[in-house]
Design a protein around this ligand. Structure first.
Ligand SMILES: [Fe+2]
Length: 281
C-alpha cells in the first residue's frame, strides 16, 4: 500500500516560465538515468527482494523518495510551461525568426501533454522499462544503482550550469545533494555485501573451480601499443585478492578457425561455391 502526502518533498518553483528549459529538464525526469528510472529500479529490486529485510526496506525507502523527486520535477516542468499557451506558439509560427529562436521547445508539451511534463527525455524519447535493472543479485543491482546515481547527479549538475533561474537552481541543489547521499548509501551497501560474501565478483556463489581459472586474471593487449600495461589492472594482486594480474602482450587464439555447415536448402541462405570439409577439431 502506498500513502501519498500532498506536500512536495522540496519546493519546485521557478522564477519565470521557460518552455525551452522545460524540455531540457525532461532528461532527469524521463531519461535513461532520470528519476523515473531510479524510482522503478529501486521499486522492482525491493518488491522482488528475497534477501535480508533491511535491504528490502532500504530499497523501498529510496524508491519512494525517488517518486517524490518525480513529483517535484513534474511540478517544475509544468510551471516552466505556464506561460506557453497554444496561441503563443501559433504567433511564433507566423514569424520564421521567432520560430527559429523558440525551436528548442518540445511541441508535445502543448499538443500531447497540454502544458504538462511528459514521461520522456530531453530529446522526446519516451521512458522505457528497459532502463530498469533488477536482477535479484543485490551486489549486481547496488552497483547498477551507483552507476545510475552517478550519471543522474552528473546530468543534474549540467542542468544546474545551464540555468540562470534561482528557483530552478534551488530545486536542483536539493536533488544534487540527495544524489550525493544515494551514491554514498549504495557504496556503503556494496561494501557491506562484498565483505559478507568475501568476494568482489558477481555472482560469488558460482564455484571458481568451474571457470577456466588460468585466464581469470589475464589482461589482454588487443591493440598496437602497450599503454594499457601501465595500470593497476595489469600489475600486482587482483582486486578480489584471489590471483595476480598478468599482462599478456600478444594474446593467443585458444581455439581453431571456426567452420559452419551450409544451412539446409529450405532456409535459402547463400550456398557456398566451395564446400570445405570441416577440419578435425
Ligand atoms: Fe532522486
Amino acid at each position: 500500500m502506498f500513502f501519498h502526502i500532498k506536500e512536495l518533498q522540496y519546493d519546485a518553483a521557478p522564477e519565470r516560465p521557460d518552455p525551452v528549459y522545460a524540455k531540457k529538464l525532461q532528461e532527469i525526469l524521463g531519461g535513461h538515468y532520470g528519476e523515473m528510472t531510479v524510482a522503478m529500479q529501486y521499486l522492482f529490486q525491493g518488491l522482488n527482494s528475497r534477501a535480508d529485510k533491511k535491504y528490502r526496506d532500504l530499497l523501498l525507502d529510496t524508491a519512494t523518495e525517488e517518486l517524490a523527486h518525480v513529483e517535484m520535477l513534474v511540478t517544475m516542468i509544468a510551471r516552466l510551461l505556464d506561460d506557453a499557451p497554444v496561441d503563443v506558439q501559433e504567433e511564433a509560427a507566423k514569424d520564421p525568426l521567432v520560430e527559429a529562436a523558440l525551436g528548442g521547445r518540445n511541441p508535445q508539451h502543448v499538443i500531447v501533454s497540454g502544458l504538462g511534463a511528459l514521461p520522456a527525455d530531453s530529446a522526446g524519447n519516451f521512458w522505457s522499462g528497459s532502463y530498469v535493472g533488477a536482477s535479484g543479485n543485490l551486489l549486481a543491482d547496488f552497483r547498477d544503482n551507483l552507476t545510475k546515481e552517478s550519471h543522474g547527479r552528473l546530468q543534474a549538475v549540467r542542468l544546474y550550469e545551464l540555468s540562470d533561474d534561482s528557483g530552478v537552481k534551488d530545486m536542483l541543489s536539493f536533488l544534487i545533494a540527495r544524489d550525493t547521499m544515494h551514491q554514498n548509501q549504495w557504496i556503503a551497501a556494496i561494501s557491506e555485501i562484498e565483505q559478507r560474501e568475501c568476494d568482489l565478483v558477481v555472482p560469488a556463489t558460482f564455484p571458481r573451480s568451474l571457470e577456466k581459472q588460468e585466464v581469470s586474471y589475464d589482461f589482454y593487449n588487443f591493440s598496437r601499443g602497450e599503454e594499457s600495461k601501465k595500470g593497476r589492472w595489469a600489475n600486482g594482486p587482483s582486486m578480489d585478492g584471489k590471483g595476480l594480474f598478468n599482462y599478456v602482450a600478444s594474446p593467443p587464439a585458444y581455439g581453431p578457425k571456426p567452420f559452419l555447415f551450409p544451412a539446409p536448402l529450405p532456409v535459402h541462405d547463400t550456398i557456398p561455391m566451395v564446400h570445405p570439409k570441416p577440419s578435425k577439431i
